[in-house]
Design a binder for this molecule. Structure first.
Ligand code: MN
Length: 430
Protein backbone atom coordinates (compact mmCIF):
# COMPACT_ATOMS: atom_id res chain seq x y z
CA UNK A 1 0.00 0.00 0.00
CA UNK A 2 1.31 3.43 -0.75
CA UNK A 3 1.55 6.15 1.85
CA UNK A 4 -1.44 8.19 0.63
CA UNK A 5 -3.98 5.39 0.04
CA UNK A 6 -7.25 5.26 1.93
CA UNK A 7 -8.85 2.29 3.70
CA UNK A 8 -11.72 1.51 6.08
CA UNK A 9 -10.00 3.32 8.99
CA UNK A 10 -10.71 6.61 7.19
CA UNK A 11 -14.46 5.95 6.97
CA UNK A 12 -16.25 9.00 8.38
CA UNK A 13 -19.14 6.76 9.39
CA UNK A 14 -17.03 4.57 11.71
CA UNK A 15 -18.36 4.59 15.29
CA UNK A 16 -16.24 4.20 18.42
CA UNK A 17 -17.59 2.93 21.73
CA UNK A 18 -15.35 5.24 23.81
CA UNK A 19 -17.54 7.98 25.25
CA UNK A 20 -17.03 11.32 23.49
CA UNK A 21 -14.72 9.97 20.78
CA UNK A 22 -17.15 10.30 17.86
CA UNK A 23 -17.03 13.87 16.67
CA UNK A 24 -14.16 14.75 19.04
CA UNK A 25 -12.49 17.91 17.72
CA UNK A 26 -9.03 16.32 17.57
CA UNK A 27 -9.02 12.64 18.39
CA UNK A 28 -11.87 10.63 16.84
CA UNK A 29 -11.15 6.97 16.01
CA UNK A 30 -9.94 7.99 12.52
CA UNK A 31 -6.89 9.72 14.09
CA UNK A 32 -5.24 7.39 16.70
CA UNK A 33 -2.04 9.43 17.23
CA UNK A 34 0.89 7.94 19.15
CA UNK A 35 2.29 9.44 22.33
CA UNK A 36 4.25 8.68 25.48
CA UNK A 37 2.52 8.85 28.85
CA UNK A 38 2.85 7.78 32.46
CA UNK A 39 0.50 7.60 35.42
CA UNK A 40 1.47 7.22 39.05
CA UNK A 41 3.91 4.42 39.67
CA UNK A 42 4.71 3.08 36.21
CA UNK A 43 7.19 4.61 33.81
CA UNK A 44 6.53 6.24 30.43
CA UNK A 45 4.98 3.96 27.83
CA UNK A 46 3.25 4.26 24.47
CA UNK A 47 -0.34 5.41 24.37
CA UNK A 48 -2.84 6.44 21.74
CA UNK A 49 -5.23 9.37 22.09
CA UNK A 50 -8.91 8.51 21.65
CA UNK A 51 -11.40 11.26 22.46
CA UNK A 52 -10.52 12.62 25.89
CA UNK A 53 -8.68 9.42 26.88
CA UNK A 54 -5.29 7.80 26.50
CA UNK A 55 -5.31 4.12 25.55
CA UNK A 56 -2.45 2.18 27.16
CA UNK A 57 -1.09 0.35 24.10
CA UNK A 58 1.78 -1.14 26.06
CA UNK A 59 -0.74 -2.60 28.50
CA UNK A 60 -2.80 -4.06 25.66
CA UNK A 61 0.30 -5.69 24.16
CA UNK A 62 1.37 -7.12 27.54
CA UNK A 63 -2.02 -8.75 28.14
CA UNK A 64 -2.31 -10.32 24.70
CA UNK A 65 -5.08 -8.12 23.31
CA UNK A 66 -2.89 -7.34 20.29
CA UNK A 67 -1.61 -10.87 19.57
CA UNK A 68 -0.18 -10.08 16.14
CA UNK A 69 1.91 -7.29 17.63
CA UNK A 70 3.37 -9.03 20.69
CA UNK A 71 6.90 -8.21 19.45
CA UNK A 72 6.12 -4.63 20.43
CA UNK A 73 6.47 -5.64 24.09
CA UNK A 74 10.17 -4.82 23.89
CA UNK A 75 9.72 -1.57 22.04
CA UNK A 76 6.95 0.43 23.55
CA UNK A 77 8.48 1.60 26.83
CA UNK A 78 10.38 4.76 27.86
CA UNK A 79 10.54 6.26 24.35
CA UNK A 80 9.02 5.75 20.92
CA UNK A 81 12.23 5.78 18.84
CA UNK A 82 12.26 1.98 18.46
CA UNK A 83 8.58 1.83 17.55
CA UNK A 84 8.95 4.56 14.92
CA UNK A 85 12.00 2.76 13.52
CA UNK A 86 9.78 -0.18 12.52
CA UNK A 87 8.19 1.82 9.74
CA UNK A 88 4.84 1.92 8.01
CA UNK A 89 3.92 -1.80 8.01
CA UNK A 90 3.98 -2.02 11.81
CA UNK A 91 2.37 1.40 12.19
CA UNK A 92 -0.47 0.41 9.88
CA UNK A 93 -0.91 -2.97 11.61
CA UNK A 94 -1.15 -1.22 14.99
CA UNK A 95 -3.63 1.31 13.59
CA UNK A 96 -5.82 -1.41 12.12
CA UNK A 97 -5.75 -3.52 15.30
CA UNK A 98 -6.63 -0.56 17.54
CA UNK A 99 -9.34 0.59 15.12
CA UNK A 100 -10.90 -2.91 15.26
CA UNK A 101 -10.84 -2.97 19.08
CA UNK A 102 -12.27 0.52 19.43
CA UNK A 103 -15.09 0.18 16.89
CA UNK A 104 -16.39 -3.20 18.06
CA UNK A 105 -18.39 -3.01 21.27
CA UNK A 106 -17.63 -6.65 22.05
CA UNK A 107 -14.13 -5.51 23.11
CA UNK A 108 -15.38 -2.75 25.40
CA UNK A 109 -15.14 -4.69 28.67
CA UNK A 110 -11.62 -6.01 27.97
CA UNK A 111 -10.19 -2.73 26.68
CA UNK A 112 -11.83 -0.23 29.06
CA UNK A 113 -9.34 -0.92 31.91
CA UNK A 114 -6.61 0.41 29.62
CA UNK A 115 -8.28 3.81 29.12
CA UNK A 116 -7.35 6.80 31.30
CA UNK A 117 -8.69 10.34 31.05
CA UNK A 118 -5.90 12.36 29.46
CA UNK A 119 -6.18 14.96 32.23
CA UNK A 120 -5.15 12.30 34.76
CA UNK A 121 -1.89 11.22 33.10
CA UNK A 122 1.46 12.87 32.40
CA UNK A 123 2.42 13.24 28.75
CA UNK A 124 6.09 13.16 27.76
CA UNK A 125 8.24 14.14 24.82
CA UNK A 126 7.55 11.10 22.62
CA UNK A 127 11.10 10.44 21.43
CA UNK A 128 14.62 10.98 22.56
CA UNK A 129 15.55 13.56 19.94
CA UNK A 130 19.03 12.79 18.65
CA UNK A 131 19.06 15.55 16.07
CA UNK A 132 16.79 18.42 15.13
CA UNK A 133 16.84 20.24 11.79
CA UNK A 134 14.78 23.30 10.98
CA UNK A 135 13.89 24.00 7.36
CA UNK A 136 12.63 27.22 5.80
CA UNK A 137 9.98 25.89 3.40
CA UNK A 138 7.30 28.53 4.02
CA UNK A 139 7.87 30.63 0.91
CA UNK A 140 5.63 33.53 1.97
CA UNK A 141 7.41 33.66 5.34
CA UNK A 142 10.78 33.67 3.59
CA UNK A 143 9.61 36.43 1.26
CA UNK A 144 8.07 38.63 3.97
CA UNK A 145 10.99 38.27 6.36
CA UNK A 146 13.39 38.80 3.47
CA UNK A 147 11.56 42.03 2.63
CA UNK A 148 12.11 43.34 6.17
CA UNK A 149 15.86 42.78 5.89
CA UNK A 150 16.36 43.31 2.13
CA UNK A 151 13.51 45.35 0.60
CA UNK A 152 14.94 45.08 -2.94
CA UNK A 153 15.88 41.43 -2.81
CA UNK A 154 13.46 39.60 -0.52
CA UNK A 155 13.88 36.02 -1.72
CA UNK A 156 17.50 34.98 -2.20
CA UNK A 157 18.21 33.33 -5.57
CA UNK A 158 18.92 29.88 -4.12
CA UNK A 159 15.50 29.60 -2.43
CA UNK A 160 13.57 28.05 -5.32
CA UNK A 161 16.35 25.52 -6.03
CA UNK A 162 17.50 24.21 -2.67
CA UNK A 163 15.53 23.43 0.52
CA UNK A 164 17.11 25.83 3.03
CA UNK A 165 17.63 24.66 6.60
CA UNK A 166 19.95 24.75 9.60
CA UNK A 167 20.91 22.19 12.21
CA UNK A 168 19.05 23.09 15.40
CA UNK A 169 19.58 22.06 18.98
CA UNK A 170 17.99 18.76 20.07
CA UNK A 171 18.67 19.16 23.80
CA UNK A 172 16.27 22.10 24.16
CA UNK A 173 13.31 20.49 22.37
CA UNK A 174 10.59 20.34 25.04
CA UNK A 175 7.00 19.22 25.38
CA UNK A 176 4.11 21.64 24.95
CA UNK A 177 3.27 23.32 28.24
CA UNK A 178 6.86 23.82 29.35
CA UNK A 179 7.22 27.52 30.33
CA UNK A 180 9.35 29.62 27.98
CA UNK A 181 12.06 31.46 29.90
CA UNK A 182 12.88 34.73 28.16
CA UNK A 183 16.49 34.30 27.00
CA UNK A 184 19.35 36.70 27.68
CA UNK A 185 21.67 37.61 24.88
CA UNK A 186 23.55 40.20 22.87
CA UNK A 187 21.12 42.79 21.56
CA UNK A 188 22.15 45.07 18.72
CA UNK A 189 22.30 48.82 19.34
CA UNK A 190 23.58 51.99 17.67
CA UNK A 191 26.65 52.07 19.96
CA UNK A 192 27.38 48.37 19.72
CA UNK A 193 25.72 45.40 21.39
CA UNK A 194 24.36 45.36 24.91
CA UNK A 195 23.56 42.34 27.06
CA UNK A 196 20.05 41.75 28.38
CA UNK A 197 16.79 39.84 28.08
CA UNK A 198 15.47 39.70 24.51
CA UNK A 199 13.01 42.47 23.73
CA UNK A 200 11.74 40.82 20.55
CA UNK A 201 10.58 37.35 21.61
CA UNK A 202 8.62 35.72 18.81
CA UNK A 203 6.92 32.46 17.89
CA UNK A 204 7.32 30.43 14.72
CA UNK A 205 4.34 28.29 13.75
CA UNK A 206 5.73 25.16 12.15
CA UNK A 207 4.84 21.59 11.43
CA UNK A 208 7.17 19.09 13.13
CA UNK A 209 8.17 15.87 11.37
CA UNK A 210 9.25 12.74 13.29
CA UNK A 211 11.66 10.50 11.41
CA UNK A 212 10.99 6.75 11.46
CA UNK A 213 13.44 4.32 9.84
CA UNK A 214 16.86 5.91 9.42
CA UNK A 215 19.43 5.58 6.66
CA UNK A 216 23.06 4.56 6.80
CA UNK A 217 25.86 7.09 6.62
CA UNK A 218 26.77 7.66 2.99
CA UNK A 219 23.49 6.19 1.67
CA UNK A 220 21.08 8.92 0.53
CA UNK A 221 17.32 8.33 0.65
CA UNK A 222 15.86 8.55 -2.88
CA UNK A 223 12.88 10.89 -3.14
CA UNK A 224 10.60 7.99 -4.15
CA UNK A 225 11.43 6.22 -0.85
CA UNK A 226 11.45 9.30 1.37
CA UNK A 227 7.88 8.88 2.68
CA UNK A 228 8.81 5.53 4.25
CA UNK A 229 11.24 7.41 6.52
CA UNK A 230 8.55 9.76 7.89
CA UNK A 231 6.84 8.36 11.00
CA UNK A 232 4.54 11.24 11.73
CA UNK A 233 3.80 14.88 12.37
CA UNK A 234 3.31 17.27 15.27
CA UNK A 235 3.09 20.99 15.89
CA UNK A 236 6.35 22.80 16.51
CA UNK A 237 6.99 26.27 17.87
CA UNK A 238 10.50 27.49 17.08
CA UNK A 239 10.63 30.30 19.67
CA UNK A 240 12.93 33.03 18.36
CA UNK A 241 14.71 36.08 19.81
CA UNK A 242 14.60 38.44 16.83
CA UNK A 243 17.03 41.03 18.20
CA UNK A 244 19.63 38.36 19.01
CA UNK A 245 18.99 36.82 15.58
CA UNK A 246 19.48 40.08 13.67
CA UNK A 247 22.88 40.62 15.32
CA UNK A 248 24.25 37.06 15.12
CA UNK A 249 22.81 35.49 11.97
CA UNK A 250 25.52 36.44 9.50
CA UNK A 251 27.43 34.61 8.20
CA UNK A 252 26.47 31.19 9.62
CA UNK A 253 22.74 31.50 10.35
CA UNK A 254 20.69 31.24 13.56
CA UNK A 255 22.44 30.25 16.78
CA UNK A 256 21.42 31.45 20.26
CA UNK A 257 18.35 33.22 18.83
CA UNK A 258 16.70 29.83 18.43
CA UNK A 259 18.51 27.29 20.61
CA UNK A 260 17.01 28.25 23.99
CA UNK A 261 13.78 26.28 23.50
CA UNK A 262 11.67 24.58 20.84
CA UNK A 263 8.22 23.30 21.86
CA UNK A 264 6.41 20.36 20.27
CA UNK A 265 2.90 18.99 20.74
CA UNK A 266 2.72 15.58 22.47
CA UNK A 267 0.91 13.49 19.83
CA UNK A 268 2.44 12.02 16.67
CA UNK A 269 -0.13 12.05 13.88
CA UNK A 270 0.77 9.21 11.56
CA UNK A 271 1.00 9.47 7.77
CA UNK A 272 -1.80 6.86 7.70
CA UNK A 273 -4.15 9.16 9.68
CA UNK A 274 -3.29 12.08 7.41
CA UNK A 275 -3.70 10.16 4.13
CA UNK A 276 -7.07 11.79 3.29
CA UNK A 277 -5.54 15.25 3.67
CA UNK A 278 -2.81 14.84 1.07
CA UNK A 279 -2.71 16.94 -2.05
CA UNK A 280 -0.38 18.17 -4.74
CA UNK A 281 2.98 19.69 -3.87
CA UNK A 282 3.25 23.50 -3.98
CA UNK A 283 2.01 24.83 -7.31
CA UNK A 284 5.11 26.40 -8.83
CA UNK A 285 4.69 29.37 -11.11
CA UNK A 286 5.88 29.48 -14.71
CA UNK A 287 8.96 31.46 -13.63
CA UNK A 288 9.92 28.85 -11.00
CA UNK A 289 12.66 26.35 -11.85
CA UNK A 290 11.76 22.65 -11.89
CA UNK A 291 13.24 20.82 -8.88
CA UNK A 292 16.49 19.03 -9.66
CA UNK A 293 15.92 15.33 -10.46
CA UNK A 294 16.88 14.14 -6.96
CA UNK A 295 14.01 16.29 -5.58
CA UNK A 296 11.48 15.37 -8.24
CA UNK A 297 9.08 12.43 -8.06
CA UNK A 298 5.72 12.14 -9.79
CA UNK A 299 3.94 10.61 -6.77
CA UNK A 300 5.40 13.23 -4.46
CA UNK A 301 4.36 16.03 -6.80
CA UNK A 302 0.81 14.61 -7.00
CA UNK A 303 0.30 13.64 -3.31
CA UNK A 304 3.23 15.01 -1.28
CA UNK A 305 1.50 18.15 0.00
CA UNK A 306 -0.54 18.34 3.22
CA UNK A 307 -3.68 20.40 3.63
CA UNK A 308 -3.94 21.58 7.24
CA UNK A 309 -5.66 24.60 8.79
CA UNK A 310 -3.31 26.41 11.16
CA UNK A 311 -3.94 28.91 13.94
CA UNK A 312 -2.06 31.14 16.40
CA UNK A 313 -3.83 32.07 19.65
CA UNK A 314 -2.78 34.48 22.41
CA UNK A 315 -3.98 35.14 25.93
CA UNK A 316 -2.09 37.77 27.89
CA UNK A 317 -1.83 37.73 31.68
CA UNK A 318 -4.26 40.70 31.88
CA UNK A 319 -6.74 38.87 29.64
CA UNK A 320 -6.46 35.76 31.80
CA UNK A 321 -7.01 37.74 35.02
CA UNK A 322 -10.06 39.44 33.48
CA UNK A 323 -11.46 36.11 32.29
CA UNK A 324 -11.10 37.07 28.62
CA UNK A 325 -10.53 34.00 26.43
CA UNK A 326 -7.57 33.63 24.08
CA UNK A 327 -7.79 35.57 20.83
CA UNK A 328 -6.83 34.35 17.39
CA UNK A 329 -3.87 36.21 15.86
CA UNK A 330 -3.59 34.25 12.64
CA UNK A 331 -5.29 31.61 10.47
CA UNK A 332 -3.14 30.02 7.79
CA UNK A 333 -2.52 26.72 6.06
CA UNK A 334 0.23 24.30 5.06
CA UNK A 335 -0.36 24.87 1.34
CA UNK A 336 2.28 27.61 1.79
CA UNK A 337 5.09 25.03 2.02
CA UNK A 338 7.28 25.32 -1.07
CA UNK A 339 9.00 21.95 -0.42
CA UNK A 340 7.29 18.70 0.57
CA UNK A 341 8.47 16.74 3.59
CA UNK A 342 9.68 14.02 1.21
CA UNK A 343 11.85 16.59 -0.59
CA UNK A 344 13.27 17.62 2.80
CA UNK A 345 14.21 14.00 3.60
CA UNK A 346 15.78 13.48 0.16
CA UNK A 347 17.70 16.73 0.37
CA UNK A 348 18.86 16.23 3.98
CA UNK A 349 20.41 12.87 3.09
CA UNK A 350 21.62 13.49 -0.48
CA UNK A 351 25.16 14.25 0.63
CA UNK A 352 25.26 11.11 2.76
CA UNK A 353 23.97 12.44 6.10
CA UNK A 354 22.33 9.69 8.16
CA UNK A 355 18.94 10.25 9.77
CA UNK A 356 18.07 8.34 12.93
CA UNK A 357 14.69 7.15 14.26
CA UNK A 358 13.27 9.91 16.46
CA UNK A 359 15.08 12.72 14.67
CA UNK A 360 12.94 15.83 14.36
CA UNK A 361 12.45 18.26 11.48
CA UNK A 362 10.71 21.61 11.54
CA UNK A 363 9.22 22.69 8.22
CA UNK A 364 10.00 26.36 8.78
CA UNK A 365 7.45 29.00 9.64
CA UNK A 366 4.22 28.49 7.74
CA UNK A 367 2.72 31.80 6.64
CA UNK A 368 0.13 32.46 3.98
CA UNK A 369 0.36 35.23 1.42
CA UNK A 370 -2.62 37.23 2.74
CA UNK A 371 -2.68 39.45 5.84
CA UNK A 372 -3.81 37.52 8.92
CA UNK A 373 -2.28 34.22 7.81
CA UNK A 374 1.24 34.85 9.16
CA UNK A 375 2.96 32.36 11.46
CA UNK A 376 5.17 34.84 13.34
CA UNK A 377 4.81 38.20 15.07
CA UNK A 378 7.74 39.48 13.03
CA UNK A 379 5.46 39.32 9.99
CA UNK A 380 2.13 40.09 11.75
CA UNK A 381 3.55 43.37 13.12
CA UNK A 382 5.89 44.11 10.19
CA UNK A 383 8.99 43.89 12.30
CA UNK A 384 7.34 45.50 15.34
CA UNK A 385 6.16 48.61 13.47
CA UNK A 386 2.41 47.80 13.54
CA UNK A 387 1.27 46.64 16.99
CA UNK A 388 -1.64 44.20 17.14
CA UNK A 389 -4.73 45.37 19.05
CA UNK A 390 -6.05 42.81 21.55
CA UNK A 391 -9.69 42.53 22.75
CA UNK A 392 -8.97 44.14 26.15
CA UNK A 393 -7.26 47.21 24.69
CA UNK A 394 -3.72 45.90 25.11
CA UNK A 395 -1.36 45.85 22.13
CA UNK A 396 1.47 43.51 21.18
CA UNK A 397 4.45 43.71 18.90
CA UNK A 398 6.43 40.87 20.45
CA UNK A 399 5.64 38.49 23.35
CA UNK A 400 5.51 39.83 26.92
CA UNK A 401 5.99 37.96 30.18
CA UNK A 402 2.76 36.22 31.17
CA UNK A 403 1.60 35.78 27.57
CA UNK A 404 0.24 32.32 26.83
CA UNK A 405 0.70 31.36 23.19
CA UNK A 406 -0.99 28.39 21.53
CA UNK A 407 -0.65 27.07 17.99
CA UNK A 408 -3.15 24.68 16.43
CA UNK A 409 -3.63 22.53 13.34
CA UNK A 410 -6.70 20.74 12.03
CA UNK A 411 -7.06 18.47 9.01
CA UNK A 412 -10.45 18.86 7.36
CA UNK A 413 -11.89 17.55 4.11
CA UNK A 414 -15.44 17.12 2.88
CA UNK A 415 -16.60 13.55 3.45
CA UNK A 416 -13.99 12.74 6.14
CA UNK A 417 -13.84 13.07 9.92
CA UNK A 418 -11.77 16.13 10.88
CA UNK A 419 -8.70 15.32 12.98
CA UNK A 420 -6.58 17.66 15.09
CA UNK A 421 -3.04 17.84 16.41
CA UNK A 422 -3.86 18.84 20.00
CA UNK A 423 -2.24 21.83 21.64
CA UNK A 424 1.24 23.23 21.47
CA UNK A 425 1.34 25.92 24.17
CA UNK A 426 3.89 27.92 26.09
CA UNK A 427 3.70 30.70 28.66
CA UNK A 428 6.41 33.31 28.70
CA UNK A 429 8.21 33.80 32.01
CA UNK A 430 10.84 36.39 32.93
MN1 MN B 1 12.10 28.11 12.39
Amino acid sequence: MSWFELDHTHDAGARCWVEGADGHESFPVQNLPLGLFSDGDSGPRVGVAIGGFVLDVAGLVDTGLLPDLDYLTYMVHERLNELLALGSLTRRALRHSLFALLTDRRHEAAVTPFLSPVVEVDLHLPCEVGDYTDFYAGIHHATKVGKLFRPDNPLLPNYRHVPIGYHGRASSVVLSGTPVKRPMGQLPGADGPRFGPTERLDLELELGVWIGPGNSLGCPVPIAEAAEHVAGFCLLNDWSARDVQAWEYQPLGPFLAKNFQTSVSPWILTPEALAPFRGPAFARGAEDPAPLPYLLDAEDQAHGGLRLELGVWLQTRAMREAGIPETRLSAGGTDALYWTVQQMVAHHTVGGCNLMPGDLFGTGTVSGEAAGTEGSLLELTEGGKRPLALPNGETRTFLQDGDRLRISATARREGFAAIGFGDCVGEIIA
